[in-house]
Every structure is written in C-alpha cells, then in structure tokens.
Design a protein around this ligand. Structure first.
Ligand code: WT7
Length: 656
C-alpha cells in the first residue's frame, strides 16, 4: 500500500506558511538538533531529560549495549522520579483548572466529561489508595481491562503513583487472552468494568474477566468499575466495587519515588512466533521520549486540544492519549466510541464539538470513512484543526489525499508517524514545520534515532542514500523497550540476533535519494490488520486447537479497508466434511480464543499445504496465492508434493 508512483515521490507538501510561522521546529533547527542528538547523545538527552521533574536528578544519561548476548539498555539510570507526579501534580500550580481529559462517550446523547488537572489529581490519588488497600505495592503488576473511560487513565496513573506496573489488555481481547496475560505477568489485581459500550453495542467485560479468572490464581482480586450499570455476577471476597471504594478513599496519596529504570508498564504484543510477549517500558526514558515526541511531532502549543483516536489498549493510547500529553500539561481527548456510529460523521462531529487542534488516527479509519463520501465531513466545522497525524501502517496516496483535502482542507500538515510498541514513541516522522511531507513516506528520523537499511540476506549495511532492505536502528533512544517481561533471552533473540549490533524492527523499507524512509511492511510472520499487529502463529495455534482441524497456515493479503486481511489455509482431520457451517464455527472459535480482531477474513480448505522435504511450510507460496498472484509463484520444484499447489490455486478464496 506504499506510494510507489513517481509522481507521488516527486511531489512534496511543505506546511503552509501560517503553520510554519509558529512551528516549534523549523528546517534549520531540525538539522542542527538532529546532528547534535546523534553526535553526542549524552549531552543531547542530558539536556532534554530536564523536561521532567526529577526527585533525584540523574548524573548518568546513556548506558547501552546492543551486543547480542549482552544487551542492556539504561537511560538516566541513577535518577529517580514519579511518573504520575510529572503528569499531574506538576501542573497544579499553573493549570489546576485547565481541562486535562475531555471524555467523549460512545453515545453522543450522553454528556461529555471535562476533567481538570485538579480533579485528575484527586481521582488518581483515590484510585491509588484503593489499590494500596488491596495490597498492591511497588513493583506489583495490575492488569487493566477497561473500556475507553476516564477510569482507565486514572488506573494507569494510580499504578504509576504507587510504583506498580500496569498491563493493559485491550477490551476487544477474549477471556483466554486476558487469562494468559494475567498469568504471564503474575498480576495481583485485574481492573475491569461491568460492560464496554462501543458503537451502540455492549461487550460484557466483567463476565469475560470472570471466565478468565477461573484460569488464574484465586488470590487475584477483581476491581470493577460500574460503568453502564449492566448486570454482573459478583464473587464475594474477590470482587470490589472500585468507584464506591474511591468515594470513601482519601484524596491524598504521596507519590512513590521510583528509579528511572523501574518498569512503568508491560504491554503484550504479537511476534512472529509463539505467544504474545510482554514489552517492558521503564519510567524515566519512556516519559521523556513520549513527552518530547508529543510536543514536537504534533507541534503542541499550550491550550491546544489534542485528540488521538487510538484505544489505551495499544501503545498509541499509552504514549499519545495519556503519558505524552499529560506530561506536557495538555488537554487530551479520550473517545469511547467508533468512527461510524451513529453515523460516519462522528469523528468530525467530535472535532467540531471540542475544537480539536491536532487529530491523530489510522489509515484504516480514513479508508473506512472515505467509503461514505465527503458529505459527513463537509457537515461539520473543522476550522479548529491545525495538524493531522497517521499511524499504524503506510498510508496509501488515495487516503492521504482524501485526508489532506477533505479533513485538512489543504491547510494542515500531515505527520505520518512510524513507530512500534517496542519503540515507546515515534522514530521516523516529519516534524511538521521542518520536513515537507511526501504522501506515503514517514520521512525522516526523530532526534537521536539512527535508522539504517541493511541487505535482508547478508545483513550488509547499505551506505548509499537510495537503498532498499530491512530497517534497523543503530543506537538506542530513551523510549526503547528494555526487555521482554520475564524473558530477556527472547528479547535479545527477537531484536538483536539476526543483525548483529542493531535493533531489528521487523519492517522492510526503502530510502529515497532525499533520505526519506518509505516503510514497505513487515518482513516477518506478523500481519497488520487495521493497524493492529497479529502474529500468524497465534491464529494458527488457535485454529489447530479446534478438534476438527489437523493443520493450519495463516498469511496476510491486501484488504481494501483493513490494509491486510487474515487468510487461513485449513487442513481438516481425516473424514471431516468441509462445510459452510464449519467455516462459521472456526471463525467463532478464533474470536473466542483470541478476540474479534483475529477472526480470519477468508478460510480456504486445504487438502494439503506446500511443504519442503524437511516439512517446513512454504509461506511465500501461500502468500502469493492469497494475494491472487499465482503467476509469480516461482520455483515449486523443491516441494515435497508440488501437486498441492495446483489445488490451492484452483480453489483460492481471493478471486479479485
Ligand atoms: C508496526 C508496529 C506504533 C503504533 C501502532 C502500531 C507498522 C506503524 C506505521 C507507519 C508504516 C507503520 C509497522 C510496525 N507501522 N506505523 N506510519 N507507516 N508502517 O504499533 O502494533 O507495535 O505495530 O506497525 O509495520 O512495525 P504495533
């Protein structure tokens, strides 16, 4: 979906002059600061680390080793701070009555909530005291399984306040997925809600949590936010009415002093193999990086209203709904709903209602809205918008142009931000006042980031500016993940083994003659469905767990709205009839095992899968068939049984 056409690359879009006139970073400053940041990272980050309030100031800045076998990443290691104090208390002197969070509920008829920094402080303290009363102390894990409600932000900051480590599980994940994460992180507490309303429907979160907790230690407590008032079963002695307890709790809770390298949160994400891994982010470096990127990439000025449409269940919500904006004393919008309910004008209605200045969403949402035409956009006053952002996958030129013309009215720079759960914040992105956009390109590195392009096979560094290969990063930045929860080996193997001395992103990319980066997508067995990461191995293991399935292979294929769709080849057990009913059953099965986002879009019955003589599934071939590109299957002669390919091509599901 990357823009490849010569015209797209030739055309650049600088920010309008009125934008540039007040932009925080101009072209010259970018070049100067970038050179300084990679030339002397200690001096650069030593200076920018001061944007936070430290309890004990750091004397050391960077202490990093990327050598496979010895990987260790530390920033500001002897400094201490409290993340919640930085995001809340610090602003009380100057902006106690300013709105910190605007909460826009799923149902537009329900009034929005405006939570000031003063109120945020009180709620966070109360929730922190409730956590303490449940025995949660520094270093303990708390799983948060909540809808997009202010209590999700209160819970994150309450954990940070007492030094507990939160792990958010997206409310769209299943009970099984929740149980896996509670168990892997050995959490003491799960915070959930009765129900999660989205798009006018309700998900029974509490009953999912009930099912999950059957698979967990019986010591795990369940804190329940009564949000919709929907019916739940109550387990005496385990379940706690958290809002009721907060109303009695003290509105005072001194922030705990934590080390810069103490974990702030664990966030599970899919990889190319095995179960999702717990990405660990720590306190000091992460917050410095989230705050600085939020300010400079979105050109955030005091008083602006910033809206990131992501869910706090993903890293985008962590860094750009909660931590980055609040560390900057911003007003951040938190939206419970979906773009297309009650109608396809909802995003724009909310922009107009809250006078949003910076709007940050995913290409998949833009594509979904494009299908409804321009009328829903034209209906709303979008004159407050100054900047638009994109994240999650490369933005295709059609979506870019639509976003630019109909939402931005040609007046708003678009920042296409490339980053990952692992990176904590943006790595490659325009700084809007400094770097002219090219539609489809994430453009150039943020401060301190040293991208390199390597030959995929040999790992050789490509020195020429124009290059194509795999994208690695040559040195650390403060927001980088530090380890995989409980498995430092896996951390090293995943990111530092294949290309020695570099952080391997898993993405392919092209660098053009101007030094702009064009992300071409994952080069591993990870697919990107609606901007969300899904491991093909995860979906396969869910499928084979079904007793009628003998074998399964899952690949991505181009999907008009989602970017990539999930294509599953399924071999049934001997004697099992492939029926439409069974197809539906498998879809429901995967939804239940992982969650709705993992549901295969297409299931093809495969009497056999293409395998090498040593039994390895040839995914390259399966991908080609799923992409409807059987003409370029290449050499199939090394297959154990070349005949299986003909059957798969003949019966492919993707008959575009
Ligand atoms: C993968 C990371 C980081 C927030 C969202 C997803 C893809 C992300 C872009 C972009 C091209 C992008 C990459 C990356 N990706 N942003 N602007 N252009 N590709 O986080 O779930 O950790 O996924 O998303 O493939 O590796 P994530």
């Amino acid at each position: 979906m990357t823009a490849q056409g010569p015209t797209d690359q030739a055309r650049t879009y600088p920010a309008p002059d009125t934008f540039k006139a007040r932009a925080l970073v101009d072209a010259q400053t970018y070049e100067k600061m970038y050179a300084a940041s990679v030339g002397d990272p200690d001096a650069f980050w030593g200076e920018h680390g001061k944007r936070l309030e430290w309890i004990k100031p750091y004397t050391k800045v960077k202490n990093v080793n990327f050598t496979f076998g010895e990987v260790s990443i530390k920033w500001f290691e002897d400094g201490t701070l409290n993340v919640a104090a930085n995001c809340v208390d610090r602003h009380l002197a100057t902006r106690a009555e300013q709105t910190a969070i605007i909460w826009e509920p799923d149902d537009p008829k329900t009034p929005a909530r405006h939570i000031t920094y003063r109120e945020l402080h009180e709620q966070v303290c109360r929730m922190a005291n409730v956590l303490k009363s449940q025995g949660v102390t520094k270093g303990d894990r708390v799983v948060i399984y909540l809808p997009m409600i202010p209590e999700a932000a209160f819970a994150m900051l309450a954990c940070a306040r007492i030094g507990a480590i939160h792990s958010i599980v997206f409310a769209g994940f299943s009970a099984d997925a929740l149980a896996d994460r509670v168990n892997d992180s050995a959490a003491k507490v799960v915070i959930t809600a009765d129900e999660a309303p989205r798009g006018g429907r309700r998900t029974a979160l509490k009953s999912n949590a009930d099912a999950a907790l059957l698979r967990c230690s019986d010591k795990v407590r369940c804190l329940v936010v009564k949000h919709t008032g929907g019916q739940t079963t109550w387990v005496q002695g385990r379940d706690v009415d958290v809002l009721e307890m907060m109303s009695h709790a003290s509105p005072d809770c001194p922030p705990e002093e934590v080390g810069a390298e103490d974990p702030l949160f664990v966030l599970y994400t899919s990889g190319s193999t095995g179960k999702p891994k717990g990405v660990v982010h720590t306190s000091g470096g992460y917050l410095v990086y989230a705050a600085m990127t939020h300010e400079l990439v979105f050109d955030y000025h005091p008083g602006d209203v910033f809206w990131c449409t992501a869910d706090v269940g993903w890293v985008t919500g962590h860094s750009y709904i909660v931590y980055g904006p609040l560390a900057n004393g911003a007003t951040t919008v938190m939206f419970e709903g979906v773009p297309t309910w009650p109608d396809a004008g909802r995003f724009w209605e909310v922009c107009a209602k809250h006078k949003v200045n910076q709007f940050y969403t995913a290409p998949t949402a833009i594509r979904a809205l494009m299908a409804f035409g321009t009328e829903p956009v034209e209906k709303h006053d979008l004159s407050s918008l100054r900047l638009l952002g994109s994240v999650g996958e490369p933005i295709n030129p059609e979506a870019w142009n639509w976003y630019n013309t109909h939402v931005g009215k040609g007046n708003c720079p678009i920042v296409d931000t490339w980053w990952q759960t692992e990176t904590g914040g943006h790595l490659i992105t325009p700084l809007p006042g400094a770097i002219p956009a090219k539609p489809g390109s994430a453009t150039r590195p943020f401060f301190g980031v040293k991208p390199v392009v390597l030959e995929a096979e040999s790992g050789k560094l490509i020195e020429d500016t124009a290059a194509e290969g795999v994208l690695c990063i040559a040195d650390s930045w403060p927001g980088q993940m530090r380890t995989v929860w409980g498995d430092h080996e896996r951390f090293q193997e995943t990111y530092f083994q294949q290309y020695k001395g570099y952080y391997f992103s898993g993405d392919g990319c092209r660098r053009d003659a101007d030094g702009y980066y064009w992300i071409t997508g994952r080069v591993d067995d990870v697919i990107n469905v609606s901007g969300h990461r899904m491991g093909t191995a995860e979906v396969e293991s869910a499928l084979v767990a079904h007793d009628k399935v003998a074998e399964a292979a899952v690949v991505g294929y181009p999907h008009d709205v989602k970017g990539q769709g999930i294509y599953a080849y399924v071999t049934l057990m001997h004697g099992v009839e492939p029926t439409e009913e069974l197809r539906k059953e498998l879809e429901v099965w995967v939804r239940r095992e992982i969650g709705p986002i993992a549901k295969p879009d297409l299931i093809q019955w495969a009497p056999g899968l293409p395998k090498t003589r040593s039994g390895k599934i040839m995914r390259r071939i399966l991908r080609k068939i799923a992409e409807n590109d059987a003409a370029s299957l290449g050499d199939t002669s090394t297959l154990a049984d070349p005949g299986v390919v003909d059957d798969l091509v003949e019966n492919r599901m993707n008959k575009g």
